[in-house]
Design a protein around this ligand. Sequence first.
Ligand code: HEM
Ligand SMILES: *[C@@H]1O[C@H](CO)[C@@H](O)[C@H](O)[C@H]1NC(C)=O
Length: 319
Amino acid sequence: MAIFTKSALFGFAVVFSVFTGAANAQLSPNFYSTSCPNLGTIVRSGMASAVQTEKRMGASILRLFFHDCFVNGCDGSILLDDTPTFTGEKNAGPNANSARGFEVIDAIKKQVEASCKATVSCADILALAARDGVSLLGGPTWSVPLGRKDSRTASQSAANANLPGPGSSLATLISMFGSKNLSPRDMTALSGAHTVGQARCTTFRSRIYTERNINGTFAALRQRTCPRTGGDSALAPFDVQTADGFDNAYYQNLVAQRGLLHSDQELFNGGSQDALVRQYSNSPVQFSADFVSAMLKMGGLLPSSGTPTEVRLKCSKAN
Ligand code: HEM
Ligand SMILES: *[C@@H]1O[C@H](CO)[C@@H](O)[C@H](O)[C@H]1NC(C)=O
């Protein structure tokens, strides 16, 4: 690449787009195989040490990827700090005091830069790290298509508008995922991510004190550390039995009316996803297969064509 002049590159890009008519570049698992052959190893070892230090980090990075992809595509936008010219996504409602793991991605990026300068996007590093987080916690693994570019800006209002909240109804969840071309089945499979990680009291308080479709023993257990008032930040695991294990226990919990968030229990509350939830609760293999297929679809969400992008040198800051 470095041998092409700027205009030669531009000419190539024009010819390419004329021939393909593609709005977005094609992603490929081999995208960096010559330009950064050790990428997979670097990301994997960064995630392995982060997860060894704190298991929850596997969950936190997976959530960062979801929150990145749902806001103008998987473009590393969630990783940007606010600047004088834009208010970014880190402090949007769904992320403030909640999204975490930024320092893990920043550190992996530093290692990647040391090995392959100005080559690998932060968006791709996040996609690989999320996959590694899942597999390090005992979940499935898969090959990650690469070649995403990083945004130059981020939007707090887009994050607030595009990310579902814990009080969402089934209809809202289906429609918010549908607007990303993800089916109800994809949505239900992706929600299985809530088999790992934790949530703050403020996100499930109203469920454990006011809802009727909740196991009484479970509600009482959660009430012990999530008071009616105060303690907003007190954490509870999504899945009590295997808190740090990526398995299908999330669905077994839903069938037992032990969903932590209102939005979780919406997937098994007499509606269209009940049968699928039951199926996943009985079949870890079916869940894994559908989760991987939905992660690939979600990971394929890209910024709309014409959006200025780059390979960022630091994930928290545009070049
Ligand atoms: C279906 C709609 C979804 C809603 C309403 C939702 C909402 C939430 C909420 C409220 C929390 C707790 C945040 C906090 O208290 O700080 C959370 C955590 C989490 N979410 Fe979701 N989520 C959804 C889908 C997803 C998807 C699709 C993924 C990934 C594929 C995901 C992965 C996670 C993970 C791993 C955590 C735990 C993070 C940690 O412990 O740091 N969620 N989610
Ligand atoms: C709630 O869960 C407990 C197990 O922890 C079980 O013994 C009880 O029967 C459940 N309650 C209902 C109403 O299903």
